[in-house]
Every structure is written in C-alpha cells, then in structure tokens.
Write a protein that binds this ligand. Sequence first.
Ligand code: GLY
Ligand code: MN
Ligand code: MN
Length: 438
Amino acid sequence: MLELHKMNLLIEEKIETILSSNNVTGRGLIILPSARKKYMVDHIPYFFRQDTDFRYLTGCLQPQSALVIEFTESYMKSYLLLRENTAYEEKWEGPRFGFQEATDFFGVDEVVSMNSFPDFLSRFSKDRMKLNMWYDVMSPRDEEIHANILEFIKTLGHHQNLNNIHPLREVLHEVRSIKSSAEIKLMRKTCEIGALGLKKTLASTKSLSTELDYLATIDYYSKMGGANFLAYPPVVATGDNANTIHYIAASDKVSSGDLMLMDAGCEYHGYSSDITRTWPVSGEFTEVQKVLYDIVLECQETLIKSIRPYETCIDQLYRLMLVELCKSLQTAGIIDEQEQSSALRFVHLYCPHNVGHHLGMDVHDCAELSKTKALLPGNIITIEPGLYIRKTFDRAPIEFRGQGLRIEDDILITDSGCEVLTNGCPKSRQEIEALINS
Ligand code: GLY
Ligand code: MN
Ligand code: MN
C-alpha cells in the first residue's frame, strides 16, 4: 500500500508533465471532479467505481469530490474538495477522511469542503479573462458539481466562447498511457491474478456444466487470488453464443462438443487485466476446431512478434491481423476468393472487432489516444485476434459454422520489443488439453 500512496503524491509532477508537453502558459485552472455515487433503488447503492482520471491524479476513492489546480508559470497550488464528515453518514456509510488527514495523505496543498464549492470557485474569478480553464465541459462526471462549474464559467464570461475551456481527458490520457514503474508492478499483479484465475477455471472444466458455473468459477478464483473484482462483465460463451461478441448473459448449458470462449479480467487496486482463452469443453479439440484455433493462435503470435517500440501503432497491427487471418482462411479453404485483395474484403465478416486497445486503470484505457500513434515503452495493450462463424453464416463451409474463438493477452511495450504479462494461462492446444484432462 505504501507504493500506491507514494505514487499519489506526484500530482504536481504529473500536472507539470501535462502542461509542458502541451506548451501551456499563463494563468490556469484545472478542475477535475470525481465520479458520483449511483443508486440502484432508494438508498441501495451500486458498487462505486472512482473516475480513473481523478484516481490517477489523486488516489482518492471518495465520491462527490474534486481536484482543483491553480497554476501560473512559476506557481502551482492543489486543492482537494471533499464532502464533510457527518455523524449520520458515518453511521450508515462508514468513516471518511478528515480534512487534515486528507491533506497529509493525498499530498495536496489544501482540502476544502464541497459544501463551499461555489464560494471556493469565486476565488478565481478575479482577473477573469486571463484565466485558461481545463475542464471536460462536454462530458461532466458529476451533474451537481457540473452545475456549480457552469455558474462559475458564466462569471468568467467563457460561456460565450467555450474555446477558452480546454478538454482535460485527452491530455491526461496521453500521460496515463505511459505506465510508471509502480503502475507496471500493479499491472503485472493484476495480469498474474487474472491469468491464474483463468487457468484454474480452465482446469475445472470437467466439473462445470453451465456458463454460469464457469462465470462463478472465474469470479471465485480471481477474488481468492487477491483481485478486488472482475474488471468487466466477462464473456462466458459456448458454441454459437461466442459469435455474439459482447455476450454476457451466461445463461446456457454447456454441450460437450462445443468450445468455451471466456473473456475475463480482474481489477487489482485500480488496475485491470483483460484475457481471453478458448477451449474444448470435452477436453479435446475436434479437427475443425484445431484448424480454427491454430489460425487464431498463429496470428496472435505473429502480431506480438511484429511489435517494435516507437514504430508500430495499433492501426498497423489491425491491418496485419486482417492480412494474416486472410491468408490462413484462404489456405484452409474457408474463404474461397483466390486473390488476396478480393479475399481481404471479407475478413471483417470473420473478425469484426479491432486487434486490441490500451489497457491500464480502464479496460479500454486511454480511449482518447489515436490508434495511429506509435507504441512507446511503458504502454500496455491487448492483442486479441478472433474468428467468428455463426451457425447461419452461409458464406463459410458448413463444417466450420457455429464456432467462435478469440485469444487475448496483455502486452507491455519495452525498450527492445514487448513482454507478455498474461503467460500464466497456457494457450497451446497441447497444454490446454492436458490441463483439462489432468
Ligand atoms: N474484454 C473486452 C475486450 O476484450 O476488449
Ligand atoms: Mn480486450
Ligand atoms: Mn477481453
């Protein structure tokens, strides 16, 4: 925990990186609200998940909070707005940070009560036209806090020209995409827990009979391994269900001749893994399943080997995935167009999703980053080719229909290439079969 705490004391350093890499000058104000607590019904809350940009900069997990940073070229001051403790709320929801405690723990200059947020903001309205504001005005995180900020923006006169208000997410994602050594340590851990949980689930195949059994098993092993929770609703799909990319119903019985596609990852102290394995429920791949599995695995391995830091971008990997899948589908006689150029037009029918995405605090991390940006050491991405052939997809030879497969690993970009962080779960056919039958 000490490591996490230290990481969060770097607010000013992180902000300085953002300001200098964006040539920001003059007097400025950054406002970053937290996520708001949401209720299922009446007083029953959903599990709270902190906004990841806010968590990245502050480490603070309390809802209805905000980080405000005032800066000039020679001065920076950080404020954390927190809700006050009341005896009533403490009784129902547990303790919150006291203000002095929060100042020390989060390493900010001043903690201010959220009750006085409008008054607090008015401190910054002097000399107002010269104030550059950084705030995601188009995608508010908390409606109540947003209403206060809009009032403040009116007093600045900026509401007539929203160009004076710079979006924050984009620049934060730029910084967040390069993981620090403390973050890489957490990513290694979440990938290790996720991969081991998936391996144990795979090894339990013979004792499981419904998709829900598999879902309960991955949830159990992830949490028993130390995860806080699953990072997203897992895809637990057998047979034709796997051809629905976002199948999360997990409501079917599992049939012996079918493949199981499980896409599951966990969250460990704010960092996510995202792993997919596909395996035969019977413990033995059929001939058709072998052909498809080898195409996907070979493609994934080729993609991983092709990664060059400072050169490769996600879009290039996507194009390479299409070419590799295309060649293999032609060789296997699944796509019968002879020319690659015409065959390529059909590959997206077999794999309709992208090759991968950045991974970190969010599963689809730093979504504002361009896919044409070269990958850099410290980036973490997924590589996840798949093949999906619905029962009703009559372009494909009949024997291949009804199979859906994906293999997904989490990859750290290094100075010399890359490192797979999710090797803890096997993916060769031989290892998978041995694991199920052991
Ligand atoms: N689990 C979501 C994805 O693989 O992108
Ligand atoms: Mn993914
Ligand atoms: Mn996934």
